[in-house]
Design a protein around this ligand. Structure first.
Ligand code: HEC
Ligand SMILES: [Cu+2]
Length: 314
């Protein structure tokens, strides 16, 4: 138990692997540095002032020894590099079937929005053994979402989505911090991660629900803000949004972009930035009209227009 307090909990396989990497790397560094420190101490003692030691400069070199201490540490460092790079890519590549959760940060709280419409503040419930993907944005300054038990951390920026994903291995309650100094109450910007067994998670969803799911709320907003006037039906005025999410879009300058959350967000706020091939630049900008949580709902609606292979994914 005392060990647990010294060493933060490991709530995912990823966390275990990060720890192995850090411990392995530290051990390797010790292996490189200790012989030098020991030799240093021995030589300081042996050749200290006034000691009648042999101070001849005999030329002595052995190519085999030199090659050994160059090549072996080099190869060992490359192994660490390979393992780190693999973990890094894993941390940046969420699986397609991940559960999507929207995160909005503001001074000084964390808001979490589930696809089913459940909203939470400063507490995040997730199921164990299931990849969870957080799409995050800030309503004011730069914050940082930090899950020590998962060994993951990512800045949360105003005006731009960032992403974190994880798969928790055990049920339990873990601390969550803001890792960027974001004003007077930064230190109080804390949250809890509650990992539930899948059955308990379903029960929690049932209890916490009540509102419409996010996509249904988005559909209402899609009417309300007049998007449907151009985008629904086959007027040819605007591209239909069915099947858009996750697809590649051809733009009028000949390039292609992936229709991810960032692209969809830009399409609403900066419609002139990227124009879909075959359409005119007639979409009005919604900058200042839509707050982040409205955008999340519209996005959930647009996402819901793309059938997923995993039926329970949304
Ligand atoms: C006046 C008509 C009009 C309105 C209103 C309008 N749009 Fe558009 N929208 C367009 C046109 C035209 C395009 C294609 C040209 C472009 O990329 O700007 C487009 C492009 C898009 C795209 C990119 C589509 C693609 O295939 O890549 C998205 C997403 C989008 N709109 C969402 C919305 C949302 C959400 C709203 C409401 C908040 C909205 N639009 C309101 C006309 C409109
Ligand atoms: Cu903060």
């Amino acid at each position: 138990m005392s060990f647990m307090r010294l060493w933060p909990a490991q709530a995912s396989d990823y966390a275990v692997r990060v720890d192995h990497l850090v411990i392995g790397f530290t051990a390797m560094m010790a292996l490189f540095v200790l012989p030098v420190l020991v030799a240093l101490a021995v030589f300081i003692w042996r050749y200290r002032r006034g000691r009648p030691a042999d101070r001849d400069h005999r030329p002595s070199s052995d190519l085999r020894i030199e090659l050994t201490w160059i090549v072996l540490p080099f190869l060992a460092s490359l192994v660490i590099f390979g393992l780190s790079a693999r973990l890094f890519f894993q941390a940046r590549t969420p699986p397609d079937d991940a559960l999507e959760i929207q995160v909005t940060a503001r001074q000084w709280m964390w808001k979490f929005q589930h696809d089913g419409g459940q909203r939470e503040i400063n507490t995040l419930h997730v199921p164990a053994h299931r990849p969870v993907k957080l799409t995050m944005i800030s309503e004011d300054v730069i914050h940082g979402l930090f899950f020590p038990a998962l060994r993951i951390k990512q800045d949360v920026l105003p005006g731009r989505y960032t992403m974190l994903w994880f798969e928790a291995a055990h049920s339990g309650t873990y601390e969550v911090y803001c890792s960027q100094f974001c004003g007077t109450d930064h230190a109080a910007m804390l949250a809890r991660l509650v990992v539930l067994d899948p059955g308990d998670y379903q029960a929690w969803l049932q209890n916490a629900g009540g509102l419409d799911d996010l996509a249904a709320q988005g559909k209402v907003l899609f009417r309300q803000y007049g998007c449907s006037g151009c985008h629904d039906g086959d007027s040819g005025l605007a591209p239909p949004l069915t099947g858009l999410y996750g697809r590649r879009v051809a733009l009028n300058d000949g390039s292609q972009v992936l229709a991810d959350a960032a692209y969809l967000r830009d399409s609403m706020l900066l419609p002139q930035k990227q124009i879909v091939a075959g359409y005119g630049p007639i979409m009005p900008t919604y900058t200042g009209l839509l707050d982040e949580e409205t955008i999340q709902r519209l996005l959930a609606y647009i996402r819901s227009l793309t059938p997923t292979s995993a039926p329970e994914a949304r």
